[in-house]
Design a binder for this molecule. Sequence first.
Ligand code: ADP
Length: 628
Amino acid sequence: MTTTATKETLGFQSEVNQLLDLVINSLYSNREIFLRELISNASDAIEKLRFSALSDESLYEGDPETAIDIEFDRDAHTLTVRDAGIGMSREDVVANLGTIAKSGTREFFGALSGDSRQDSQLIGQFGVGFYAAFIVADKVTVLSRKAGAPEGVRWESDGRGEFTVEPCARSRRGTEIILHLKEDALEYADEWRLRGLIKKYSDHIAAPIRMASAQTAEPEDGEAAPAPALETINSATALWVRAKQDISDDDYKAFYKHISHDFADPMVWVHTKSEGKLEYTTLFFIPNRPPFDLFDRDVKRGIKLYVQRVFIMDDAEQLLPRYLRFVRGIVDTRDLPLNVSREILQRNKAIDTIRGASIKKILGLIETLASGEDYGKFWSAFGRVLKEGVIEDAPNRERVAKLLRFASTLDDAAEPAVSLEQYVSRMKEGQKAIYFLTAETHATAKASPHLEVFRARGVEVLLLSDPVDEWVVQHLTEFDGKPLRSVTQGKLELPGDEETGEKPEDAEASALVGKLKAALEGKVSSVRASTRLTDSPACLVGDEYDMSINMQRILRAAGQEVPPSKRILEVNEKHPLLMRLASEEGEQRFADLAVLLFEQAVLAEGGRLDDPAAFVRRVNQLLIDAAG
Ligand code: ADP
């Protein structure tokens, strides 16, 4: 006997149990969404069937009708959602309705707080799909037969840790989900309630959603009841095909929820039909909040590809670059063959054109957001990902760069809000470059001694503290004709230099500087008088083309070998400490103070000392001396 011939009781994966608890406890106030989730799955199953049938028409089993039927039985307390879609095998059922196999699962469970209000928000973001059935049902029976397979499968569970699976005979292909409604959920066994929910949440579904018509005649005494006439409740056309003026905002929002599995409304969308050489329609949404796996660059992108309304594939990565991976939506075209594969997409002219136009549409949408009040919300959700565009999308680099927002010395609010255009518009007269500082944290950046002269001269500096910023500044070497310059690297040429007559290396400084060079031999590549400092005694700077210290730190943290690089110590000779050093006669003491000066400069930029204990000893010795 094969195992598939028997009834088996299996346990849910532990994450499913956790999710079910959450679903039941946290989604109570929004219970009606269960229907939209089940209809959404049914619609996906129909799309999958239609796609598979492109290459194997026998999967229709002679019945190409693909509808979703909703039935209820008031006496039996059941509600049934039936689809004529692809169906599931026993293995599919066990894998799909017993485990969670989606990206972001670990992050989702890690983010839960135990507070049901907050957690219900998170669940909405994660999506619960099929498991939403247990919000209103205390038992769920699933009957399914995969298109083309001889035997069906029956799955059943009360949502408490276990489910059963067994084979069953089933004439229809597709899936039937029977909800045994909880006592307090009987309101859903009601024709008008259901019609209302279908209209509200699922009108955009392309397959017809049908219910038995209320007008079906009662059977005459002694006669068998006639099969009730089925009435289609939704509009039953692909939403993006309809004329824009016939689509309401609510329709767009509902459609977004269907394709994204997000419970929240999208932030904005753009719907375009192109009828030129190529005929295609795109509908793109920007979500309101980032998904759990936003920073996984390998995650699939959320664009569905349709060819002449037939769903071809999810996550069509050729359609958008990675830095727009937060966008959800669809592309439908007539200009691809129905049997198009991922391989064909990779070198297809039509796709290249559609991709290029899509990027422009989406950047346009973000530009509109950027000119409004709420750009901060977009920026805090997706800004870090958008920055990758500067690295990845050379043709659109300048356009993406305009959309970036940074913190700066003139505006260091928690939300980065300074654009490069704004920076350029308030550059000082004679200022030649756009200055920036990269550091591990915003606080370190803000406190850096390298900023002193910029503050003193009123020159704005962008404060960059996202790891990706290091790559951004490597690729964005100029903006609006102005080079981007690190304040920690190279010699400075600042507006106002002429008046102060400062020169980086001053002949008079050489005695002290020469002694420091000797004392710090091996620790720094050189010592020079600084034009950067006004309050601090010293800071470290790199050569113009050196890798920044922050970049070295990031690479080391990622496990890469970075050869140690020596930098230049710049000293502020007007600082009392340096004046004191200049007159120090004790050789050992001079050497100790010189090393301390260097170590302080390392600490001030958020760096790590090679020998922290020796530093502490040196400071303690100084304190003891000072205390007399
Ligand atoms: P999601 O839809 O987000 O993948 P669900 O928990 O809703 O998550 O469903 C899990 C999987 O179960 C689906 O991806 C699909 O493969 C399968 N499934 C659910 N409902 C149906 C259905 N009506 N017909 C066929 N497969 C289904």
